[in-house]
Design a protein. Structure first.
Length: 104
């Protein structure tokens, strides 16, 4: 949870917002937001509301895809295995194929 709370704070600062500004963006007091950012355990709906106020999205990323996602976010190139021609057509039909690693 600490990593997520740190990300919220970092994003707020990147946007040039103060904790007080979150009251206007998401409808919670500065004190509530301050508690959440420092040690909170927000409900999912509160977290979604805050993410929206920070012009962000909450994503669940499979661990085996995490390094690729981090590299993309950093603007790095990541060596991804080429897709075989017969798989390429299938991927265009279903771009989410094997995203969670549980497809058969």
């Amino acid at each position: 949870m600490k990593v997520l709370l740190d990300q919220l704070k970092k994003r707020r600062i990147q946007l040039g917002l103060k904790q007080h500004d979150m009251m206007l963006r998401v409808g919670i007091s500065r004190q509530q937001y301050q508690n959440l950012e420092s040690k909170g355990n927000p409900r999912l709906d509160t977290l979604e509301l805050i993410a929206k106020g920070l012009k962000s999205e909450i994503l669940l990323i499979p661990q085996e895809k995490l390094n690729v996602v981090k590299a993309v976010l950093k603007g790095e190139t990541f060596n991804i295995q080429p897709v075989k021609a017969e798989e390429e057509k299938h991927l265009s039909d279903d771009p989410w194929q094997d995203l969670l690693g549980d497809d058969e």
